[in-house]
Design a protein around this ligand. Structure first.
Ligand code: NDP
Length: 305
């Protein structure tokens, strides 16, 4: 039975069911094509958080029956060397998806490296061609975190017999990888979209106008409970590591951009951190790799991908 407030959106559960569906697609695609979708993840340097993300991506790719390759380069790699590797992967017919893990070391331009990836293999959906396709409403590869957030929102609305159409959506954060594509996706769902950022005035008031509030700021507990409108949908994209004091001493903890407990009291439905948007990001990466594989091999894209 659904309560009218504080429904927790189970991102981890949704991601698991999505991965199960994708595993079935991989198996049927192998049957019809005799090939296995292949995702290559390139990581440069030793950033600890990136190492964990890349390990998880590799494991989950294999778990649904796809081929996973991880190429680890030292942070002394030059930009020219990385661009040469991307070019080789672009031309390798076995490789369907290429993901260059961000952030890159400071001596490299991530925009230049992303621009070098063949848009058909750009499973992160960050290439300007895919960003442009999304902006003009053409089918393309959509960035994973906003795509996963939209899936959770649609599913939550459906559970309440509701629709996203016509709702006021406020996105806090305007990055190319989360805020801007999220805005495009919600616009395409007929929401009225506001993108807020660090220069936005009266941010609390802007947030209070949101039927759908998406936080992609990168600051722990930045969105306060009383910024959340009564019965709003809240999607917390933030991943922030903080130190908390416990009887056993100081411990590190991952929290979102939203003050979860306070916001939950007002929200109709809200994603937790962890186990909210995070697991959806990798599941959508697998989704995008299957889509890229189908497009490259002239195969029908399975329903829902
Ligand atoms: P960026 O740092 O690229 O963007 C942050 C945005 O927040 C900017 O647009 C910035 O505004 C805005 N902002 C910063 N401070 C304020 C403020 N005081 N008031 C209003 N807006 C502010 O971050 P990302 O988009 O890459 O990531 C956002 C968060 O999402 C991070 O915590 C990140 O770890 C997490 N993330 C989670 C993923 C997942 O899988 N769950 C995937 C990707 C990111 P301005 O443009 O004016 O500087």
């Amino acid at each position: 039975m659904l309560t009218t407030r504080g429904h927790i959106i189970d991102g981890a559960g949704y991601a698991k069911s999505l991965r199960d569906r994708l595993a079935e697609h991989v198996s049927s695609l192998q049957e019809v094509s005799g090939k296995t979708p292949c995702l290559v993840v390139v990581i440069v340097g030793e950033d600890p958080a990136s190492q964990i993300y890349v390990k998880n991506k590799g494991e989950q790719t294999q778990a649904i029956g796809m081929e996973s390759r991880t190429l680890r380069l030292p942070d002394t790699t030059s930009e020219a060397e990385l661009l040469r590797l991307v070019d080789e992967l672009n031309r390798d017919p076995v490789v369907n998806g290429i993901l260059v893990q961000l952030p890159l070391p400071a001596h490299m331009s991530s925009l230049k490296v992303i621009d070098a990836i063949n848009p058909d293999k750009d499973v992160d959906g960050f290439h300007v061609t895919n960003a442009g396709r999304l902006a003009v409403g053409l089918d393309g590869i959509v960035p994973c975190t906003p795509l996963g957030s939209l899936m959770l929102l649609k599913d939550a609305a459906e559970k309440f017999g509701d629709t996203l159409r016509g709702k006021n959506a406020v996105i806090v954060g305007r990055s190319n990888i989360v805020g801007k594509p999220m805005a495009q996706l919600l616009l395409a769902q007929d929401c009225t979209v506001t993108i807020a950022h660090s220069r936005t005035q009266n941010l609390a008031e802007v947030c209070r106008s949101a039927d759908i509030l998406v936080a992609a700021v990168g600051r722990a507990h930045f969105i306060k409970g009383d910024w959340v409108k009564d019965s709003a949908y809240v999607i917390d994209v933030g991943i922030n590591r903080i130190q908390v004091e416990t009887p056993e001493g100081s411990k590190s903890k991952v929290v979102g951009d939203v003050d979860f407990e306070a916001a939950k009291a007002n929200a109709l439905a809200i994603t937790p951190v962890p186990k909210g948007v995070g697991p959806m990001t990798i599941a959508c990466l697998l989704n995008n790799t299957i889509k890229a594989f189908c497009l490259q091999n002239g195969l029908a894209i399975p329903d829902g991908v």
